[in-house]
Write a protein that binds this ligand. Sequence first.
Ligand code: VGL
Ligand code: ZN
Length: 214
Amino acid sequence: MVSLQSLAHTALVVVDVQNDFCPGGALAVPMGDEVVHLVNSLMPLFSHIVLTQDWHPRGHCSFASSHGKPPFSMDEENPSRGILWPDHCVAGTKGADFHPGLRVDLAHLILRKGTRIGLDSYSAFFENDGTTPTGLFGWLNNLGLTRIFVLGLATDYCVKATAVDGARLGLEVAVIPQASRPVSVSPSDEAEAIHAMQAAGCAVMPMADLRSQG
Ligand code: VGL
Ligand code: ZN
């Protein structure tokens, strides 16, 4: 159980709650829109709120179309890149906008990631080269924040990468899987992601533990 007082020094990191990751979007996460009201209900508990926004230029290296490949195929020329995605979250398009129900007005920082054409970024802390920082860690440090709660879309990609990197940086990290949804390219991906976050030292926080405080 967490005390409300402790949340006063904690940042809520809301990952990629954008149209393209919701039903009807270009890279729809099944039931992705279900997180919107859950995220909104948790925001007022936190003193600092960060929204991340996947924000890619046209022709981005994570798009299958940039390599003449079908969506969800592997990038064989560059296996470390992993799965190639449908074109999604193209900067300035409706698909890249936040879900219209999200309380964007409550956010203190909007952090865009994956903005470089040749570099993807799942994590809100580092681009996928593992070393190019986004600036989020500096922001948290500047404000003396050492604890983050992470939730949003998608559990098995950007939520996982953000939580694991946060722990790697020495932050105290809690993830809220109930307010997150997985892409689930394979059915075990959510469970494996939760396991990987726990193995990295992240706590898994049930929604009820937060709500009962509010
Ligand atoms: C994401 C795949 C590609 C995510 C972003 O937000 O989890 N997944 N870009
Ligand atoms: Zn992306």
